[in-house]
Ligand binder design. Structure first.
Ligand code: ARG
Length: 459
């Protein structure tokens, strides 16, 4: 039965009903709708709409319903209710009879859906932070394991300066730390309760909305009823968080896809996260990573979709707003899945240390060291840069690395070069010199790993 029969003389067209119904996606709010309804029944008791006994009956019935659907919420989909709010009300009426019809007094589905969705977001943020922390912890473990794995660092996808695999892992650790912080910021802002805002102008019953908010775990009640039922900033913020988080995962995936390519051959991915080709027997494709990269597009799309849906909406509630949930659910599910996959990929990734070291030695990744060496001998940096550029050209012509050039050969580019140049051209020296905070020196990496581990303690 629809919730508004009295005003209508014709039944809704089946095609319209199908188009209009949202139970197929918002059934996921069932638990939050029930929790919100119980809190509302308590508020109705305080203003004399429900007796103590009536409220108790409603609460007991709603608790039973909550337990009945907990393990298998999909059973809700067998109903023809329009949305989860109608479904819960219908079920309540089935259990307690006409008494159930009192529950919606002073409430609208507009403040109800806003509240349910916020409650869902709070729970979801906790779960997302958990998933991100699992990946953070895996990144630190991998960094710990590969502290000494030297590899080339890139800019413009050209070998730039040597780094370690640990340093690479810790870069992603930082991004994910910011993702957690962003989620916590979003949580602080969404922590105000819209229930008791009615359809748009406020509820006509003298309900203590701050108390109601506290009952539901919110910090306080919202300030303006019109804003309360129209606001979906938290959905947009969560989608932005997801889009940024997925961007991080996509770059992580892309780096590893490159590292795993036959050309780089820096890492080997486990059989557990790769697939073969139906035609080419030699292939082992990095599908898990490619899907992470691909799905980041879908999550950014969800953010854009919701922004576009809301951009021209007049206040207050409009049915357009129903479109938010499918996008939000899909984007956050996707983010969860990708975080889980990223952990799986790192869990038994193998670093090809020899090949990484060899690549770090190639590509003149120590050219900056030679420039710094010249600077230390009194050559102005701009000049030193030019000299080393010429030395690199000379070395390429001889098909040698800089450190393979004889002193005589190097001296052709600058007379200040002496025998002590060879120690500074070594990879060890390149790394050890980067000893300021955030640098790749072994000392800093050990410190960074320790710090990251401390930050995960108790999480
Ligand atoms: N299913 C609706 C949504 O998700 C619930 C709110 C309906 N309110 C209304 N006035 N039609 O947005």
């Amino acid at each position: 039965m629809a919730l508004w029969g009295g005003r209508f003389s014709q039944a809704a067209d089946d095609r319209f009903r199908h188009f209009n119904d949202s139970l197929g996606s918002d059934y996921r709010l069932v638990e939050h709708d029930i929790i919100g309804s119980i809190a509302w029944s308590k508020a109705l008791k305080t203003v004399g709409i429900l007796t103590i006994d009536e409220q108790q009956k409603i609460e007991t019935a709603l608790q039973a319903l909550r337990i009945a659907v907990k393990d298998d919420p999909k059973q809700i989909l067998n109903s023809n209710a329009e949305d989860i709010h109608s479904w819960v009300e219908q079920q309540l009426i089935e259990i307690v009879g006409d008494l159930g019809k009192k529950l919606h007094t002073g409430r609208s589905r507009n403040d109800q859906v806003a509240t349910d969705l916020k409650l869902w977001c709070v729970d979801e943020i906790v779960l997302l932070i958990e998933s991100i922390n699992q990946l953070r912890s895996q990144l630190v473990n991998t960094a710990d394991k590969y502290q000494n794995s030297v590899m080339p660092g890139f800019t413009h996808l050209q070998r730039a300066q040597p780094i370690t695999f640990a340093h690479w892992c810790l870069a992603y650790f930082e991004m994910l730390t910011r993702d957690v912080n962003r989620l916590n910021d979003t949580l602080t802002r969404l922590n105000v309760c819209p229930l008791g805002s009615g359809a748009l102008a406020g509820t006509a019953y003298p309900i203590d909305r701050d108390k109601l908010a506290h009952d539901l775990g919110f910090a306080k009640a919202t300030n303006n009823s019109l804003d309360s039922v129209s606001d979906r900033d938290h959905v947009i913020e969560l989608l932005s968080n997801a889009a940024i988080g997925m961007n991080h995962l996509s770059r992580f995936a892309e780096d590893l896809i490159i590292f795993n390519s036959g050309e780089a051959n820096f890492v080997e991915l486990s059989d557990r996260v790769t697939s073969g080709s139906s035609l080419m027997p030699q292939k082992k494709n990095p599908d898990a990573l490619e899907l992470i990269r691909g799905k980041s597009g879908r999550v950014c799309g969800a953010l854009t979709a919701v922004l576009m849906t809301f951009k021209g909406l007049p206040l207050a509630y409009n049915k357009d707003m129903q479109e938010d949930k499918e996008q939000l659910f899909d984007a956050l599910d996707t983010w969860h899945d990708c975080l889980e996959m990223a952990v799986l990929v790192l869990e038994d990734i193998k670093i090809n240390n020899e090949r990484c070291l060899e690549a770090a030695k190639q590509g003149y990744a120590n050219a900056t060291e030679l420039a710094d060496y010249l600077v230390a001998k009194g050559v102005p940096f701009r000049e030193a840069h030019h000299i080393v550029g010429e030395a690199v050209v000379g070395a390429i012509a001889k098909q040698k690395a800089l450190e393979e050039m004889t002193l005589e050969e190097l001296k052709q580019f600058s007379s200040v070069i002496e025998d002590d140049v060879y120690s500074i051209l070594s990879i060890e020296s390149c790394l050890a010199k980067r000893c300021a905070k955030g640098g790749v020196s072994p000392l800093q990496i050990t410190k960074a790993i320790k710090k990251a581990k401390n930050c995960l303690i108790g999480i």
